[in-house]
Design a protein around this ligand. Structure first.
Ligand SMILES: *[C@@H]1O[C@H](CO)[C@@H](O)[C@H](O)[C@H]1NC(C)=O
Ligand SMILES: *[C@@H]1O[C@H](CO)[C@@H](O)[C@H](O)[C@H]1NC(C)=O
Ligand SMILES: *[C@@H]1O[C@H](CO)[C@@H](O)[C@H](O)[C@H]1NC(C)=O
Ligand SMILES: *[C@@H]1O[C@H](CO)[C@@H](O)[C@H](O)[C@H]1NC(C)=O
Ligand SMILES: *[C@@H]1O[C@H](CO)[C@@H](O)[C@H](O)[C@H]1NC(C)=O
Ligand SMILES: *[C@@H]1O[C@H](CO)[C@@H](O)[C@H](O)[C@H]1NC(C)=O
Ligand SMILES: *[C@@H]1O[C@H](CO)[C@@H](O)[C@H](O)[C@H]1NC(C)=O
Ligand SMILES: *[C@@H]1O[C@H](CO)[C@@H](O)[C@H](O)[C@H]1NC(C)=O
Length: 820
């Protein structure tokens, strides 16, 4: 019977079937349907329903996709695990008003299963991308017999609910495709979990294992976190007796957006269609940093932005110090002192602020309790471990208490919450004991000081006037200079910076790069600094700029150049960095004489340091930074020749916000270091940094520049030449003679191998930086490198040409970000 209906084509936004007439009787009914090859288009032309084959598969699926997006982007699939193997598929409404998908011989491949029969069912693909089935008598009332939005695939569209209908028990959650060829649900799901009496939480699950947890509900941003509130989207969370759900929508309605759960990348990401690039741009994908992974630091661990990321909550210690030292956090932490749990001998609470609250699975909520009652309630139950005054569900007041281990706590810079953690009185007394000892010592010290001051009184009076003047001067300088705080980025006054750099005098100039000159400066307290004077304004507003700079300043690692502060006044935007006395790596390693200072152990130390800095940027930091312009002149050396990466975060600061893998038409980078996919297509990811790192490693080992390199055998560059030598079994031929005998040959070979692996042509072949650090530190066998990435000799005019002039600089601190 499947073949007996009339198909009708594109641009019909409504198709209906008069089901009162039976098919079988005369086989000639005025019914309508969608056949393979025909489609249904929503009235505004934004979505299309029809049959498609995903990826390289030949199977046919019924799905909905964006009509105006040239790359087929499927947002919903009907027969996810039940493909049709030919083009016999047909979608229709059967006589009981169900939507059915039939294949050959009318076998049902997929169908809606309605409880009540519909007389005159109609189907419509709405402008929102929702496929709805409704009873004719309901008209446009918005009540549907069935809607595809109730059965999401891997994609959440604006207006779609993620959550539960508590009346019917319907759970709407995302489930990732197995892979890009198979839309059948894989292991990854994303949805809200409900526990009796506890707050609902949203998780990405891998099978039944929690993988990522969004923060407490009232700051929920789908797939995001409160640290990165989005100015472009609004979120709505509803929690009442009937429903628990969250929805989102872009503030500008014409923006095409989608939230997708992807098993291959193990992330949930919000994408936005960039008309200019004709590509989807990834915003706020999660999880990104270590602390995002559920329970990364184990039970009672405290995930921080510091190094190492995992600490124990105060009053707790690692369950196994040995494993903890090896950065295996899985066993978590246990209490130093057990809770007393007796009435009378009461436990105390330590208050912490600025946290992502622990998983609420084992929690209990009462909206009407006040803080005091909450605390008492917690004290009364021996298994209660914490309470919070923050009402995590929005609104004010209320009490949440936790039982047992506290899991998935994370320090957050913005919108963090307060939590009071139960601690045994003994633990606190212990601390206080220490404190009182300190007080005693302090008293003695003060006593001595008083005696001394008596003795010095006369001298003091005499020098008083002079001293006072000095104090005033100091205070002035303090005000102009840096108020040192942990979280706040010191703001410098333009006068102070001008004075420190002799009014930006040319003597003080360290170098000149694409974003402007760099000067050496000395602050009033004698501290030496490097001042980067951004010569062009960024596309961002002042607030956004400042937020970005504050975030960059929080990136602190021993292998990153530290941002000390900034100065924004009128058109001037200045960044103040710590000063690196030994200049940049290119001026050392490519310099005939200075090169000799670098024996193999120094070079190895430099390679390892750069790798660690990159791991931090790529994975352990809060922001997940892609450097985009890693090169020898962007690695500076401190007193002890330790490498520090500079200019990280600037690409991000001076272009666009929060993408981690993206296409860009503004290529920031340097010829010779840019990965082919970035150089050619503007596509950058952590793997394009890995490529640059690979080039850098080979340069450090050989002491030669990749792009300057030429040889008789016509290799296009150093990487390719080394790769040839490698394959010919004589990789050491090019090795810098200065390495002398100090180099253990096997270590050198290993580093060449790693460099070549990183510089491979295909991003997927390259290891991650975390892999690289492991490789550098172990003796395990390494893979055989494939062909390294190539460069076009005459690059695109924007990216290639002007980079040549400046990369061979001997500036002590060079900046050479390029602008396309
Ligand atoms: C499609 O599947 C049916 C039933 O499983 C099978 O009989 C038929 O041969 C298949 N057709 C093709 C082209 O594979
Ligand atoms: C219509 O489809 C539904 C779902 O497959 C099925 O339960 C019902 O029996 C079908 N009705 C008829 C008349 O075939
Ligand atoms: C489909 O119907 C044809 C003809 O009735 C029959 O030969 C064939 O075996 C059927 N195929 C399936 C998969 O039922
Ligand atoms: C179903 O639709 C037909 C034609 O539109 C109409 O004549 C009939 O009254 C409708 N039946 C019901 C029960 O609404
Ligand atoms: C998941 O992401 C990868 C990398 O972006 C992409 O190639 C793949 O097609 C995505 N998978 C699905 C099912 O969309
Ligand atoms: C998901 O779980 C499976 C089975 O436990 C595991 O093999 C896999 O590594 C997990 N995936 C991720 C990304 O953690
Ligand atoms: C977590 O660690 C940070 C950084 O050391 C500290 O400031 C904070 O108080 C710790 N929080 C808890 C709950 O121990
Ligand atoms: C303490 O709380 C736990 C978890 O809710 C509960 O099972 C237990 O009965 C409570 N104990 C007392 C004494 O209230």
């Amino acid at each position: 019977m499947g073949g007996l209906c009339f198909s009708f084509m594109i641009s019909a936004n409504l198709f209906f079937l008069s089901s009162t007439i039976s098919f079988a009787v005369d086989g000639f009914t005025p019914s309508q349907c969608v056949l393979d090859g025909t489609t249904l288009v929503s009235s505004d032309g934004s979505f299309e329903l029809g049959f498609f084959s995903p990826g390289s598969s030949k199977n046919r699926y019924l799905g909905i996709w964006f009509k105006n997006v040239p790359v087929r982007t499927v947002v919903w699939v009907a027969n996810r695990c039940n493909p049709i193997n030919d083009t016999s598929g047909v979608l229709m409404i059967n006589s009981t008003g169900n939507l059915v998908l039939l294949s050959q011989n009318s076998s049902v491949v997929w169908s809606t299963s309605l409880v009540k029969q519909a007389q005159n069912a109609t189907v419509e693909l709405l402008d929102s991308g929702n496929l709805v089935l409704r009873d004719a008598k309901d008209g446009n009332s918005g009540t549907y017999l069935w809607q595809s939005f109730d059965y999401p695939s891997d994609t959440l569209l604006p207006g779609m609910k993620l959550g539960w209908d508590l009346r019917t028990g319907l759970k709407r959650h995302l489930s990732a495709w197995k892979n890009s060829d198979d839309p059948c649900p894989g292991d990854f799901t994303y949805g809200i979990e409900m526990q009796l009496q506890a707050y609902p939480e949203a998780y990405i699950l891998n099978g039944s294992t929690k993988f990522f947890r969004t923060s407490a509900w009232n700051e929920l941003t789908i797939c995001g976190s409160p640290e990165h509130p989005s100015p472009r989207y609004s979120f709505n969370f509803v929690y009442n007796n009937d429903e628990v759900f969250v929805t989102y929508k872009p503030k500008i309605e014409s923006i095409l957006s989608r939230v997708v759960l992807n098993q291959t990348t193990s992330t949930c990401a919000r994408f936005q269609w960039k008309v200019g690039y004709q590509a989807w741009q990834d915003f706020s994908s999660r999880p990104t940093e270590s602390c995002d992974y559920y329970g990364f630091c184990g039970a009672n661990g405290n995930c921080t932005s510091e190094d190492p990321v995992c600490k124990c909550i105060q009053g707790f210690s690692p369950k196994s110090q040995e494993k903890w030292n090896l950065a295996d956090w899985s066993l978590g932490c246990v209490r130093n002192k057990p809770l007393s749990c007796h009435e009378g001998d009461k436990d105390e609470f330590l208050k912490f602020d600025g946290f992502k609250l622990p998983d609420t699975t084992n929690s209990w909520v009462d909206k009407s309790m006040n803080l005091k009652e909450c605390r008492d309630k917690c004290l009364k139950n021996c298994s209660c471990t914490a309470y919070t005054s923050s009402d995590i569900g929005g609104g004010s007041g209320g009490c949440t208490i936790w039982f047992g281990d506290l899991i998935d706590i994370k320090q957050v810079p913005v919108a963090g919450k307060e939590i009071c953690i139960r601690t045994s009185a003994a633990e606190i007394v212990n601390n206080e004991g220490e404190n009182s000892r300190k007080v005693k010592i302090a008293i003695i010290v003060v006593g001595i000081a008083i005696v001394f001051s008596g003795v010095l009184l006369v001298g003091y009076v005499i020098r008083r006037r002079k001293r006072k003047n000095e104090e005033i001067r100091e205070r002035n300088e303090d005000n102009e200079g840096a108020p040192r705080g942990d979280m706040e980025l010191p703001l410098f006054d333009l006068m102070t910076v001008a004075r420190a750099t002799d009014n930006f005098s040319s003597n003080k100039k360290l170098g000149e790069g694409g974003f402007g000159p760099v000067y050496k400066g000395t602050l009033a307290d004698g501290q030496e600094i490097a001042v980067k004077r951004l010569s062009r304004s960024s596309s961002q507003g002042l607030n956004e700029f400042m937020n970005e700079v504050i975030l960059i300043a929080k990136l602190q690692h021993r292998n990153l150049v530290r941002l000390l502060g900034c100065c924004v006044q009128g058109e001037e935007k200045l960044l103040l960095y710590e000063y690196m006395p030994n200049g940049s790596l290119d001026s050392s390693i490519f310099d005939e004489t200075r090169r000799e200072l670098f024996d193999w152990s120094k070079r190895f130390n430099i390679i390892c340091g750069i790798a660690r800095g990159l791991v931090y940027l790529h994975q352990d930091s809060r922001l997940r930074i892609i450097h985009r312009d890693l090169k020898a002149s962007n690695v500076l050396l401190d007193n002890e020749m330790n490498p520090k990466i500079s200019d990280f975060g600037l690409a991000r600061l001076l272009t666009e916000g929060d993408q981690t893998v993206a296409n860009t038409d503004r290529v920031i980078g340097t010829y010779g270091y840019m990965a082919p996919e970035y150089f050619m297509g503007g596509q950058f990811s952590v793997k394009s940094d890995v490529f640059s790192f690979g080039v850098l490693v080979l340069e450090v080992i050989t002491g030669r520049e990749n792009k300057e390199f030429s040889d008789p055998s016509n290799s296009r560059n150093l990487c390719e030449h080394l790769w040839r030598l490698w394959n010919e079994g004589k990789p050491l031929e090019l090795i810098d003679t200065c390495l002398g005998s100090s180099g253990t040959i096997s270590e050198v070979l290993r580093c060449i191998n790693i460099g070549l692996l990183c510089a491979q042509h295909h991003p997927d072949d390259r290891p991650s930086m975390a892999d690289v650090v492991i490789m550098l530190g172990s003796q395990t066998a390494l893979a055989r490198p494939k062909q390294p990435g190539f460069f076009i000799e005459r690059g695109t005019p924007e990216a290639g040409s002007n980079s040549g002039n400046q990369s061979r600089s001997t500036n002590e601190l060079s900046i050479s970000l390029l602008e396309a």
